[in-house]
Write a protein that binds this ligand. Sequence first.
Ligand SMILES: NC(=O)c1ccc[n+]([C@@H]2O[C@H](COP(=O)([O-])OP(=O)(O)OC[C@H]3O[C@@H](n4cnc5c(N)ncnc54)[C@H](OP(=O)(O)O)[C@@H]3O)[C@@H](O)[C@H]2O)c1
Length: 339
Amino acid sequence: MKALRMTQYGEVDGSLEFQVVDKPSPKADEVLIRVQAASVNPIDNKILRGDFKSFSKVSFPAGIGRDVSGEVVSTGEEVTHFRPGDHVFARVGEEHVGTIAEYITVQVSHLARKPQNLSHQEAASIPLVGLTSYQALVQVAGLKQGEKVLIHAGSGGIGSMAIQLAKSFGAYVVTTTSTANVGWVKELGADLVIDYKKENYLDQLSEIDVVYDTLGGEYTLDAFKVLKPGGRVVSIVGDLDPQAAEELGLNWLIRKLLALKSRKVMKAAKAKSALYRMVLMQANGEQLRELGNLYQDNIISPVIDKTYSFEQSKEAFSYLASGRAKGKVIISMEEPATA
Ligand SMILES: NC(=O)c1ccc[n+]([C@@H]2O[C@H](COP(=O)([O-])OP(=O)(O)OC[C@H]3O[C@@H](n4cnc5c(N)ncnc54)[C@H](OP(=O)(O)O)[C@@H]3O)[C@@H](O)[C@H]2O)c1
């Protein structure tokens, strides 16, 4: 089968190539999926650039892509809830990365049925950003009806989903974006959209219950300036907090180094009697099924910026790397590309 593979660390051109590889076979608790659509995420580009190579090395050549939607072709002997012909979607586990390919195996616990009202392209837009936002806003922050949440970068893959998810929990949603995106981000349901090209959100906000930090850098520490005492800052790009480091099972020395790195942010949290947590999303078929219901019931809608064909996959990664995506960037195995 044909698959897009990383051949070395570096930029998209020169480090990604199509290769012919063996079609994978499902293990006992896995299914084999014929990929119909995939989506690309910043983590793919970060790994390709080598951002994590000091603690997690890639063994090249390696697959790329974590989101998939497609049709089950065959199942392992322990799989009872899915069968050939089922239409499914998933954020695959790290051991199965490589969804930009004709076929992929997925562990059954990471799988959910595709919402019937969505195309495979739409379904492929959901898993990674949906699970991240669910785990950050619902599981860790415990966002409640009536609370004020600040979601940075409302026009991104994460932000455009998170605004809708937070609204579905009855929260008051504030988001930031640039001038050109203000109108459509408001249409997603945000109650207050701050144009970061014209205004400084730090001058406008206070008493925020939950900050969803999707930008990192100075945004992580600045979150505490607008946070209510006792509030929660959940980051997906900031420093790893000691609890997250322990849950990840990192060794004592790495945890010590990370604790030093996160000292400032933990101090800022303590000064506000606030919670600071860094979320590293986990693949989870059960949560994906719950998210799928929100799409099935039209409470959340997919936000797709561009769709590329399989042959144009490298362009999809280059476009995402520009940092200007408006929603999700999709790779479609079958449909004509719209990009
Ligand atoms: N920890 C985890 O498990 C996890 C999971 C998923 C994602 N992430 C991380 O979360 C980050 C966001 O992911 P994503 O998929 O949303 O990325 P993305 O789709 O590439 O984000 C692009 C968007 O960011 C907006 N943006 C850029 N700078 C901004 C600023 N200063 N203020 C407001 N908006 C700004 C852009 O809007 P404008 O064009 O209007 O500026 C654009 O719409 C990435 O770093 C990703 O790696 C972490």
